[in-house]
Write a protein that binds this ligand. Structure first.
Ligand SMILES: [Zn+2]
Ligand SMILES: [Zn+2]
Length: 147
C-alpha cells in the first residue's frame, strides 16, 4: 500500500479508529459474552469518554468486516455483539434473554445439502434455539434480568 499521500488528518482518524477498535474488543472481553451496543458504549466510555453510540456502531461494522466481531439478532430484540470465536449457534432464553453458545453437529451438512438442492453457493447457516433456561424454567417464577 502506498502511504506517501496519507495526511496527518487521516493518520489521526486511523489512530482514533484503532483505539476505538481496541477498546471495543476489550469490552467484548475475548468471546463468550453477548453485549448490546449500549453496554459496549458504557464500557468503552470508561476508556474513551467522548465516544458516541454512532461511533460504536460504525466501529462494530468495521470489526465485523474484519471478521473480529459477530452479531446476534433475533426477532425485534436489539442486536448483541461478541468477539468472534469459532462458528457456533445459540440457545436463547425467552424469559431472561440469556444467550448460550452451542455447537450443532451435522447442521452444516444439512444446510449445504439444502443449499445445493436450490443451486445456492456460499451457503451459511445460523441456528437459534429458543426456550427457557434452567433458572427460568426450573423455579416456575420467570425473573427478568439483563444477562
Ligand atoms: Zn432464563
Ligand atoms: Zn454467541
Amino acid at each position: 500500500m502506498d502511504v506517501r499521500g496519507v495526511d496527518a488528518g487521516l493518520l489521526q482518524t486511523r489512530y482514533r479508529l484503532t483505539k476505538q477498535r481496541a477498546a471495543i474488543l476489550r469490552a467484548l472481553d475475548g468471546g463468550g459474552s453477548h453485549l448490546s451496543a449500549e453496554t459496549i458504549l458504557e464500557r468503552v466510555r470508561e476508556e474513551l469518554p467522548g465516544v458516541s453510540l454512532g461511533t460504536i456502531y460504525r466501529t462494530l461494522d468495521i470489526l465485523r468486516e474484519l471478521g473480529l466481531v459477530q452479531v446476534f439478532s433475533y426477532a425485534a430484540s436489539a442486536a448483541r455483539f461478541e468477539a468472534v470465536i469459532e462458528k457456533h449457534h445459540h440457545l436463547l432464553c425467552v424469559e431472561c434473554r440469556q444467550l448460550v453458545n452451542v455447537a450443532a453437529p451435522g447442521l452444516n451438512e444439512i444446510a449445504q445439502a439444502i443449499g445445493t438442492m436450490h443451486h445456492f453457493g456460499d451457503v451459511d447457516c445460523s441456528l437459534t434455539i429458543t426456550g427457557r433456561c434452567p433458572a427460568c424454567f426450573g423455579n416456575g417464577k420467570p425473573k427478568s434480568s439483563n444477562n
